[in-house]
Design a protein around this ligand. Structure first.
Ligand code: ATP
Length: 442
């Protein structure tokens, strides 16, 4: 993929937010009621892009491997899980209030902890208090302490509490992994930067269980593997880096953590954390639940508690990074062309079928071409406006190919295939069309 011609354009965020609204990627949630606190809805195009990001992850982490299986665990969960995991006690951010303007901030995110970035007040902050990020609710009709439940703040615990279930049913043995994609919820103090930090978001997480002596080697493996995944899907190397945590950043149980970071318009930001978590999680849940949570190796007649390597990525945040990396503008015959140079695997639509005119004699056979492609590829169909404007619209959606059915098609049984990136056009026989498109996409 060519590198975007607008790499450090400060207005890039604004362009992405506008494009998202204009073309149906992401809408502010509850917009007709004035929006709702940094929540977002994914529109007809965004839902496809987000799904493709998740599918690409699942393909690489589950489908293409025989040592990883998937699960889909509940979002509502009992306090016991979060007591054991340490979230009830430790999943907190330091919160400060400005006494002057009443704005709230995460103390650890302030550039100058003595000055309010909103009103400029000096020494106006309250003492920091630890604010737990978990959303608390009640399961059932009675709002009693016994009915307290939490919306999960990460998907990972679903894998730990199902460790034995999966071990027994999947016939896997360490090294093996359990993968999950799903919604997580955090009552973030300062959500923002569009979908970078929201209170409701999606994660893609793997817990990979290994013999303790192999943990370092698998940690290095997953760091390299996860970096490569983003590069293979089109993030330029100049905008992606692996950042190992300093020793003082590490959780007490982690012997190594590296973040995959993307160069956002405001600077480097985390897309994913890869952590060597030791046996912390299984031990915590074993102690709390009384279940053994170990692996018995029949070959050596030994029992041990596996160590865990965890690559934990955000799907919604990663989708945004792909959008930013793909956004490009270029001059074409005196006009600015906006194009999303998305990897075909991520592109919301793979093909747009466009009859040159709305006349019945073209619309009928163009719809036949559409019907032929639809079982294999996600297609758009558009018969309104001049063809040039329809091409521009597809460029903004990132559609790799447009297929135009024109009057010549009625005679020669061929269509024009237009390439999104080069804008080159080529005549292709309808009989060969599917094969042609699939080959070029791969
Ligand atoms: P951050 O430091 O940005 O708050 P984190 O280190 O707490 O993130 P993890 O708990 O490691 O994040 O979660 C794994 C991934 O989930 C993150 O790398 C990110 O992509 C995603 N994620 C976490 N919190 C949010 C959020 N509030 N909104 C969107 N994505 C998030």
């Amino acid at each position: 993929m060519p590198e975007s011609s607008v790499p450090n354009d400060p207005s890039l965020m604004e362009k992405i937010v506008n494009l998202s609204k204009r073309r149906g990627f992401v809408f502010p949630s509850a917009e007709i009621y004035g929006g709702f606190r940094s929540t977002y809805d994914y529109g007809p195009i965004g839902v496809q892009l987000l799904r493709n990001v998740k599918d690409a992850w699942w393909r690489s982490m589950v489908q293409m491997r025989d040592d990883v299986v998937g699960i889909d665990a509940a979002i509502l969960s009992p306090p016991a899980i979060w007591e054991a995991s340490g979230h009830l006690e430790n999943f907190t951010d330091p919160l400060v209030d400005c006494r002057q303007c009443r704005e709230r901030f995460r103390e650890d995110q302030l550039v100058d902890p003595s000055t309010c970035p909103n009103c400029g007040g000096a020494g106006t902050f309250t003492e920091a208090r630890q604010f737990n990020l978990m959303f608390k609710t009640h399961a059932g009709p009675v709002e009693s302490d016994a009915a307290v439940a939490y919306l999960r703040p990460e998907t990972a615990q679903g894998m730990f509490v199902n460790f034995s279930n999966v071990l027994q049913t999947s016939r896997k043995k360490p090294p093996f992994g359990i993968a999950q994609i799903g919604k997580s919820f955090r009552n973030e103090i300062t959500p923002g930067n569009f979908v970078f930090r929201t209170r409701e978001f999606e994660q893609m997480e793997l817990e990979f269980f290994v013999p303790p002596e192999d943990a370092d080697q698998w940690y290095a493996y997953w760091c390299a593997e996860r970096y490569r995944w983003y590069i293979d899907l089109g993030i330029p190397e100049s905008k992606l880096r692996m950042r190992p945590h300093d020793p003082d950043e590490l959780s007490h149980y982690s012997s190594g953590t590296s973040d995959v970071e993307f160069l956002f318009p405001w600077g480097w930001g985390e897309l994913e954390g890869v952590a060597n978590r030791g046996d912390y999680d299984l031990t915590q849940h074993s102690n709390r639940s009384g279940e053994k949570l170990e692996y018995f190796d029949q070959a050596t007649n030994t029992r041990y508690r596996p160590h865990v390597i965890e690559p934990a990525a955000g799907a919604t945040r990663t989708m945004m990074a792909f959008l930013l990396a793909a956004y490009d503008e270029e001059e074409v015959r005196g006009e600015t062309r906006t194009v999303l140079r998305l990897h075909p695997r991520l592109a919301p639509y793979k093909v747009a079928v466009l009859p040159l005119s709305k006349k019945d004699e073209l619309v009928g056979p163009a719809r036949e071409v559409l019907g032929m492609l639809q079982p294999h590829l996600m297609c758009d169909y558009d018969e309104t406006q001049a063809i040039g404007r329809r091409y521009r619209r597809q460029d903004e959606l990132g559609t790799p190919f447009c297929v135009t059915f024109d009057f010549d098609s009625l005679d020669d049984g061929a269509v024009t295939v237009r390439d999104r990136d080069s804008m080159e056009q080529e005549r292709v026989a309808i009989d060969d069309l599917l094969n042609h498109l699939v080959t070029r996409m791969n």
